[in-house]
Design a protein around this ligand. Sequence first.
Ligand SMILES: [Zn+2]
Length: 122
Amino acid sequence: MKPYKNKINRIRSFALALIFIGVVIMYIGIFFRSNEIVMLIFMFLGMLSIIASTVVYAWIGTLSTRAVKIQCPNCGKHTKMLGRVDMCGHCREPLTLDPDLEGKEFDVSYNKSKMPHEKSSK
Ligand SMILES: [Zn+2]
């Protein structure tokens, strides 16, 4: 229904999922205590997943420095956007830095799906 998400938020939830998966994999490994090699493989995979998530988190850090902090015209909150087009992290308002893209890109799907949001107007 909502295919678009703020890019930084999306990467952050991906990193969080990696930590979770890593912990689950390591937890599964505990059930194979009798088989040391299998347990070690699970532990290794779990560690790998957690290491990957820290790498992703570090990547978000570098991305955030390049991200532009702007005030969302829709909800008024501050959000960080990546690239030329991104979503507001709070209300998923499509945002663009490129005037040429204004009204394009997201409009096709958003003209329809934005209607229920109108209640937020005071
Ligand atoms: Zn917003």
